[in-house]
Design a protein around this ligand. Structure first.
Ligand code: TRP
Length: 329
């Protein structure tokens, strides 16, 4: 029996290099070994105010990008979170087993509520309960997540264990899946921060950037005033970021990348990294993406079909949970 993997990504657009090298590329490597569900988590996105048309477009774009990056929509369940009501329904049930105190301690909540002081809505607070529902609905065994989501996964585990203790074995207790190779891609202009689309345009590589733009951005990447290329994230965040991007893009270890560039100059590393990234994202990713973008009907068909597959799986859990709690079925 194959084990189950679930992960989600918020629709903030087609995505940037960090989404690909840090998550989607790894998801692709799991698609044969596991039963995988990969969701565009549009319901999580609305905890921050969204422009309706932009949200719709971003959601469609991210779905197309999942497929363009190599996720097979027949092998994996690729769908919109909002297309299966089980997520919100289980989230309510689980919220009655999640404590105010533990939600208050979530770093992402503290961070986002500080940044959006004018809109500290209840959804922002209960965000991790919806995430727990995403995961627990499908008997998920493994969740590929980055550093910043570990606390949320820990909470999902706590809720699962708490429920199982109260009602008997109900949920599989999910474990983090630490990817063998995934990059923690940093900003090109502030290499001490994560690469993010909310920063200035030169600081991130969009997966749709043309080759010349990618080259230009890497050439301008912030480094340091030394000349030596070595991997040292603490003291040389810019160079270390380039080495990491180069290594993960080429499926090699960071050590191997560092020795390849030992004695070379910064310019050589920048150009080689840009070329490696261009090689990956222009073809096949962008060529597939532009094909899919023309074929919206096909994208809708995938969405519908896969939401139905998610529902068939999740409804079993939902019924079981409702029954255990004492709701009349
Ligand atoms: N909160 C995650 C993020 O922002 C996205 C997410 C939602 C997720 N539901 C999930 C990730 C379930 C893993 C599993 O990155």
């Amino acid at each position: 029996m194959k084990k189950t993997v679930f992960s989600g990504m918020q629709p903030t657009g087609v995505g940037q290099l960090g989404n690909y090298l840090g998550a989607i590329k790894n998801w692709v490597s799991l698609q044969d070994e596991y039963n995988c569900l990969y969701s565009v988590v549009d319901l999580h996105a609305i905890t921050i105010r969204q422009e309706p048309d932009v949200l719709r477009q971003n959601s469609l774009d991210l779905l197309a990008m999942f497929i363009s990056c190599g996720l097979d929509p027949d092998k994996n369940i690729i769908y919109m979170q909002s297309h299966y009501h089980g997520h919100t329904e289980l989230a309510w049930l689980l919220s009655c087993y999640a404590y105010f105190g533990e939600l208050s301690r979530q770093a992402q909540y503290k961070d986002k509520s500080a940044k959006n002081a004018e809109n500290v809505n209840v959804g922002l607070f209960s965000y991790p309960v919806l995430q727990a529902a995403d995961i627990l609905l499908f008997g998920t065994n493994f969740v590929p997540v980055g550093e910043d989501q570990k606390q949320h996964l820990e909470l999902s585990r706590d809720i699962a264990i708490r429920f199982n203790n109260a009602y008997g074995e109900t949920f599989a207790v999910p474990e983090p899946l630490i990817p063998k190779t995934a990059a923690r891609v940093k900003s090109l202009s502030h290499p001490d921060k994560k690469m993010s689309k909310s920063d200035d345009a030169g600081s991130y590589i969009s997966l749709l950037d043309p080759a010349e733009t990618v080259m230009k951005k890497f050439k301008r990447a912030v480094t340091d005033s030394e000349t030596e290329i070595r991997y040292d994230p603490e003291n040389k965040p810019g160079i270390s970021n380039l080495l990491e991007i180069y290594a993960v893009t080429n499926d090699m270890t960071i050590q191997a990348a560092a020795s390849e560039f030992a004695g070379k100059n910064y310019g050589a590393l920048k150009i080689a990294t840009a070329e490696a990234v261009i090689g990956k994202i222009t073809d096949p990713i962008q060529s597939k993406y532009f094909d899919l973008a023309k074929n919206v009907d096909y994208l809708y068909e995938i969405m519908r079909k896969n939401a139905a597959r998610a529902r068939d799986l999740g409804d079993k859990t939902l019924q079981n949970v409702k029954n255990k709690i004492g709701l009349i079925l």
